[in-house]
Write a protein that binds this ligand. Sequence first.
Ligand code: 0WD
Ligand code: CA
Length: 380
Amino acid sequence: PNNQRQHQSESAAEHNPLNSRALSTRRELYERDFPVYKQPVEVGSFSLDSERRFFNDGRQMRYYVEPERNPNFDLRDGYKDRFVKRDDSVKEKLDHVLRWVVANRSKLNSRKTSASSCALDVDFVTWRGHLTKLLTTPYETKEGWMLAATKFRGTIYISEVETEAARRERENRTERHKEMMYWGYKFEQYTCADNVHGAPDPGGVVNTNEAFCTVVQTRLADHRLLFSGEVDCRDKDPGAPAPPACYVELKTSAEICTPKQRSNFHRFKLLKWWAQSFLPGVPRVVAGFRDHEGVVVSVETFHISKISQLIKNEYNCWRPTVCMNFCCDFLTFVKQTVTEDSPSVVYMFSWEPRRDVTFSVHRDSQFSFLPHWYVEEMTR
Ligand code: 0WD
Ligand code: CA
């Protein structure tokens, strides 16, 4: 009877969405037709240099150089002596995206009339990584999240806040884990060149401050989205399609030796890879499979559009439609909740596995994230 009551109150909330204080993350509720997701259009890009300085251009773009099928790359090389690590205790929030918006404002408000109450003509501004977390939420069993939302001149900005659990995890990483986090960046160095005709330089320094980010615009059902995501490299063929279709995402993963490992790879890793690249319209992921010593033993390309076929034979597997419908309903929930238009008000959406999404409201708190320079720039 307890179960039943809980179920009734949940469906009551669903049927009266304007009064709902919580959003369910149960998969069954999101099994319906795939929502409209417009082809993402790149509206710009920016770069962060070796000192994490912002540039409104593509200077950090790199070019994919296809490796051998079995390359034997040593991912441990350089960890001790040729590695500059970004300080991940520094919380940059949406700052780089907002810098891009300020520098490219004219590209965004294309409407000639002032009839729109929305200065930017988009409903949401965020990082791609935050949307990836939303897409995978119905299948996530370990890590919760906190997403701060602020409405300013009709647009809702969404910025992640590190959970207590994530902070503890970050502060207590083992030496082995820290080294393994380097392996992904080292793989990029083996497969990327700094210019079209160049070759990779495995003898160079790996600096994780450096980034090239695309900014894309798209629409999910009736939600107009503007988000940015870090891109590893692009196809160097001059005949390649325009961005984002020429972009390549690079990944490393443990080599697959048993049917159980293959199944786990399909059920958990491919979900994250699919969600991350599908969002900005990046068509392929190049994976380096490595052994326990950090040696890449094989390289394989995964086409994002073929991943749903690839996983169809897994029992009780994830479904793209559930991911997209949940994200869509979450954004609807945010629009219904975030009503006060003020840069100093934060609606904090929180989620823990096996729970509903809930929220709390904070005025002039430590959570406010829109910088003064942004508010001033956008108010003139
Ligand atoms: O401070 C933070 N919590 C955040 C920082 C949250 C979200 C983004 N960022 C910054 C990152 O430092 C990076 O410059 O934004 C940029 C990436 O944003 P995104 O594309 O929205 O993030 P995501 O899709 O999660 O990650 C893309 C890549 C990662 O590649 P893999 O293959 O590992 O998924 O961005 C890198 C990483 O290479 N990356 C980071 N690098 C350093 N520190 C971080 C980070 N915290 N997060 C992602
Ligand atoms: Ca990557």
